[in-house]
Design a binder for this molecule. Structure first.
Ligand SMILES: [Zn+2]
Length: 438
């Protein structure tokens, strides 16, 4: 239909993961990418079957290649946001070669949003971000809820000169190579990152350009050289909400005294910080047969989800004001405070059920209550020793800091949102790396 006697020199702006399909005609695999030429035109390209095996690993985002031997067709504008009216299909006989000249003449056009302003974007908006990648997480494998397939993801922490930072997730091949591509705190332009309200505000990335040859990048690089990491930046992403997510990387951690010295908790939204600390005290006060917990509604569904307080009635049942039910049982949920300390300071923290169970080695409040009331008299010792074992243990904590009104007084309250036992091997590696960088 169209001549295939052409050669395009272009930069790969984004590359999808490999998708498989199967239908009556058979099955196969494909991936797509968007490339950009020096005239500023971007083109969508698709690879099928054998071409996937041949080219998928060879093609990397943010690199320049020469392309020839592809088949042109008119773009389907419904699924194609590129400027070109054509799209290209490559097969295993196409020729694709890495261009050694670099791609400084190929510049995407960006409409950058400052990190601090991402809060004003709506979920599922697509925005361009220019920032310093200040931390690269470990690649992790998750199972997609939508497709049931395994996906690799890697979380980057991106900061700019607006005083804020945000978590940006890269996927697939890019996630596997994230340390290599984003190590060394480069300035990176992220094209069309998707805004999510998962865990505060977060971004999901695809297209990117490392150290792009644009004036804003040079300015940001200078700013980072002068100020990078010295001032506290506000995190828009809470983290710690993704189930088995690991602790924040070493370089993102702060010290206990930064709760005060960085004046955390005074913003409209809560602040989050991670630090390594030792538990120095747990307030395990108890009355009668009860302990450091409250009695919650046994209704595990909406609206209670075992969260709301249930009060014992005179006939021994449990009444919940929230769902207006009276049930024969309640569930007990930990709630207590404690102190944590590192070599800079000590802080009070509030501990809720899930993190309390982790600190107490998996014991649940109902377990401990059953032991106390089982009548052989040893239950109190089990209770006391569960708290004693946790005291003076060392963890990497993630905390939320916010203002609360207590009576008519404003107080800063620090709550535990995640606790990870210290991995001494990983910790030693991080310390050695930090020392080598001094
Ligand atoms: Zn209820």
């Amino acid at each position: 239909m169209y001549s295939n006697r052409w050669v395009i020199r272009a930069k790969v702006v984004s590359k999808s993961g490999v998708r498989t399909w199967s239908n009556a005609k058979g099955e196969g695999q494909l991936f797509s990418m968007e490339i950009l030429d020096s005239a500023g035109t971007d083109v969508k390209c698709t690879f099928f079957k054998e071409a996937v095996d041949k080219f998928y690993n060879f093609i990397e985002e943010d690199r320049v290649y020469t392309f020839s031997g592809g088949r042109l067709k008119v773009a389907n504008m419904q699924y194609n946001k590129c400027k070109s009216q054509f799209e290209i299909t490559f097969d295993q006989n196409s020729t694709i070669e890495l261009d050694q000249g670099g791609g400084d003449d190929i510049r995407a056009s960006y409409d950058f949003v400052k990190v601090a302003d991402v809060e004003r974007s709506q979920p599922n908006d697509y925005i361009d971000i220019l920032g310093v990648v200040k931390a690269v997480g470990e690649p992790a494998t998750i199972v997609s809820k939508k497709s049931g397939k395994e996906l690799t993801k890697c979380e980057l922490t991106v900061e700019d000169d607006s005083g804020a930072e945000i978590t940006l997730t890269m996927w697939g091949d890019t996630a596997n190579k994230a340390r290599e591509r984003f190590g060394g705190t480069p300035v990176v332009a992220f094209k069309r990152a998707r805004v999510s309200d998962y865990g505060g505000r977060t971004l999901s990335g695809s297209g990117f350009s490392v150290n792009p040859n644009i004036p804003q990048a040079a300015a940001l690089s200078q700013w980072w050289a002068a100020n990078g990491g010295k001032s506290a930046s506000r995190s828009l992403s809470s983290g710690g909400m993704g189930g088995n997510r690991g602790p924040d990387p070493f370089e993102m951690r702060k010290a206990v005294n930064s709760i005060k010295s960085d004046q955390l908790g005074y913003n409209e939204k809560p602040d989050y910080l991670s630090f390594k600390a030792t538990i120095t005290f747990l307030k395990k006060d108890k009355q009668g047969d009860e302990g450091a917990w409250y009695t919650a509604c046994a209704n595990g569904g909406d609206p209670c989800k075992n969260m709301y307080k249930a009060t014992q009635t005179s006939d021994g049942n449990w009444h919940c004001d929230k769902c207006q039910q009276t049930l024969p049982d309640c569930v007990r949920r930990f709630i207590f405070s404690g102190t944590v300390a590192d070599d800079t300071s000590t802080s009070w923290i509030s501990v809720f059920n899930q993190q309390a169970e982790e600190l107490l080695g998996g014991a649940t409040a109902d377990d401990l209550y059953d032991k106390i009331t089982s009548g052989d008299g040893g239950g109190r010792d089990v209770y006391d020793s569960a708290f004693a074992r946790a005291t003076y243990s060392e963890w990497i904590f993630k905390c939320k800091v916010r203002q609360e009104m207590v009576g008519d007084e404003q107080r800063i309250k620090t709550s535990l949102v995640a606790a990870h036992p210290l991995d001494y091997a990983a910790e030693s590696r991080s310390l050695l790396q930090a020392l080598a960088a001094v």
